[in-house]
Structures are given as C-alpha cells and as structure tokens.
Ligand binder design. Structure first.
Ligand code: C2E
Ligand code: MG
Ligand code: MG
Ligand code: MG
Length: 282
C-alpha cells in the first residue's frame, strides 16, 4: 500500500519539506533583524518563597515582539537561533539587558537566566557570562544560570568546565526541567548544582495523579538530601502550592504568582510589595 501511494506522498512530502525550509529561512532572516533592532527582550517571571509569597527573584524569559505587535514565544525561535548560530549574540544581548534590569531590584533579589543546550559546547560561555556580569555590576551571587538536562548529555566535559567556571565566578547553577530528561539522576551525580527546578509537567498533573505527587515528593526529598534547593515550576492553583509546601518545597513559580512581565512591571511589583509588606503575590 505504501508503494501504491508512493508518488503522491513524495509530492506531498516535497511540498511540506520545501515549505518548512522556506519558513525557516524566513524566520531566520526575521530573527537576525529582530536581534539587531533589539526587538527580543527579556520578560521576568516572579519566583516566590512558597510559604510567604515573598518575591525572591525573577526568571528572565525571552519575548519577541513581532511587527504585528504579537509576542512570539521562545519555543518558536530559540531552537532556530541555536541552529543558525544567532544564539550567541541573542544571549549576550538578553543577559546584558536582564543584568541591567536586575541592578535596579533590591540587593537580595536574584536573576535566573536560561542557557540553551547547544551553548554548553561553547567553552568560552563561562567567560562570556562573567564578562557581561562584571560589566553590569550585578553581584555574581545574584545570578543563577539555568541549564536543562538535555544540554548536559551532549558534551559532558564541556558542560562540566562551564559549570566549574560559573561556580568559580560565584554564579549559581540550576538544573532546569528536572525529571524530563532520561538520565536526571546521573546528571545530579556528575555535576554540581545549587538548585533543581521541578518540571511543570509534574506539577500540572498533580491533582489527578497520585503517582505524580509521589514523584514530586521524592524529588523534593532528593533535593533536601543533597542540600539542593528545589523550585517547583508551573504552579497554577492554591492547592498545588499548599501540597508542595507540605512536601517541603521552598520555592515556586507559576501563573498563580504571576506570568512573565516587562522590566518596568517588575519594578512596579517590587515597589508595591515594599510599600505594603503584607501584600504578597499569590
Ligand atoms: P523554562 O526555562 O522551563 O521556563 C518556564 C516556562 O514555563 C516559561 O515558558 C513560562 O512562561 C512557563 N510557565 C511558567 N509558569 C507557568 C504556569 O503556571 N503555567 C504554564 N502553562 N506555563 C508556565 P516560555 O517563556 O514560553 O519559555 C519556554 C522555554 O524557552 C523556557 O522553559 C526555556 O527553556 C526557553 N527560554 C526562554 N527564554 C529563554 C532565553 O532567553 N534563552 C534560552 N536559551 N532559552 C529560553
Ligand atoms: Mg528556566
Ligand atoms: Mg523549566
Ligand atoms: Mg520548562
């Protein structure tokens, strides 16, 4: 049957492949222009102490405002930036921007920043990051670099060197999307992290699935045992927050506390929280 359909399929495949190639080429062109024109900027999602709702930091999340004023999500362009090599320039711009925003926050407020998998093969990454950090004047211990598991397996040695360089400079390192890779535990054993971030997929299926809850409980226990802080991602309900708290998770982030917001909105939020200490997010 496959053979009988062959001819048409070949045409159908060719067309979609061709379309995909053209689409990619267009996005790449637009991406290059957007980076140059500073149209891709970090937004910031609050990270809170679960018990109090106090905002202890923000995670920078890239947002691309396109010509029609719509935000293109990172899932649409980070991979293309990586494959085209544009990621180096994009990351440097985003990190500069984010560090400069963070210097306007209270001294205790931290900045979390994502590094994509391919970048861990760049042996100069540690140096690039510390250079930007020093130029910005942000204290190194206020910066936390988030690395996903998939990033680590590609080149263990390069990854280890970069993590070492970051630690050497006083920067913290978090293992992002914990539990979604296929060798999460090996990553914890092979590299030294300061924090693990429990992937959103575990938290969002929490209410219906006992098993997911048990896994999350075990991850938090693992963190406690290894002296790592755990941040739960994707908290959307008060019930999820309460359950996570009950399991010993200290930090969290999610729509319950706030979505990613612009730099000026972070300043507004922080000053609102400061002037009225009892108003916490969540
Ligand atoms: P991530 O680092 O795991 O970031 C968390 C993602 O979950 C963000 O999506 C955030 O908006 C979303 N999120 C947070 N709380 C909730 C919630 O309660 N419910 C739901 N449904 N979603 C929630 P976003 O901004 O689309 O980013 C997706 C991924 O793209 C990030 O995952 C990160 O891996 C990557 N990314 C974002 N910004 C950058 C960047 O500047 N550089 C690199 N290399 N990667 C980035
Ligand atoms: Mg992250
Ligand atoms: Mg994550
Ligand atoms: Mg994620």
């Amino acid at each position: 049957a496959a053979k009988a359909q062959g001819r048409n399929n070949v045409f159908a495949y060719d067309r979609t492949l061709r379309e995909r190639v053209l689409y990619r080429a267009r996005i790449e062109r637009e991406l290059r222009a957007a980076i140059k024109d500073n149209l891709i900027v970090p937004h910031y999602q609050p990270i809170v102490r679960l018990r109090t709702g106090e905002v202890i930091g923000f995670e920078a999340l890239a947002r691309w405002k396109d010509a029609s004023g719509q935000f293109v999500p990172p899932s649409e362009f980070i991979a293309i930036a990586e494959e085209s090599g544009l990621i180096v320039e994009l990351t440097e711009k985003l990190l500069r921007d984010a560090c400069s925003t963070a210097t306007g926050w209270p001294k205790s407020t931290t900045l979390s920043f994502n590094i994509s998998p391919g970048q861990l093969q760049d042996r100069l990454l540690g140096l690039r990051i510390t250079k930007i950090l020093h130029e910005s004047g942000l204290a190194p211990n206020r910066l936390e670099i988030e690395i996903t598991e998939t990033a680590l397996i590609r080149d263990m040695e390069a990854a280890a060197k970069i993590i070492h360089d970051l630690h050497d400079a006083g920067i913290k390192v978090a293992l992002d999307d914990f539990g979604t890779g296929y060798s999460s535990l090996a990553q914890l054993a092979n590299f030294s992290f300061d924090k693990i971030k429990i992937d959103r997929s575990f938290v969002s299926s929490f209410n219906e699935q006992r098993k997911q809850r048990k896994i999350v409980r075990a991850i938090i226990g693992l963190g406690l045992g290894l002296d790592l802080q755990t941040t739960a991602e994707g908290i959307e309900t008060a019930e999820q927050r309460a359950q996570l708290l009950g399991m010993g998770c200290t930090l969290g982030q999610g729509y319950l506390f706030g979505k990613a917001m612009s730099a000026s909105e972070t300043l507004q939020l922080l000053s609102d929280l400061e002037t009225s200490p009892r108003s916490r997010v969540g």
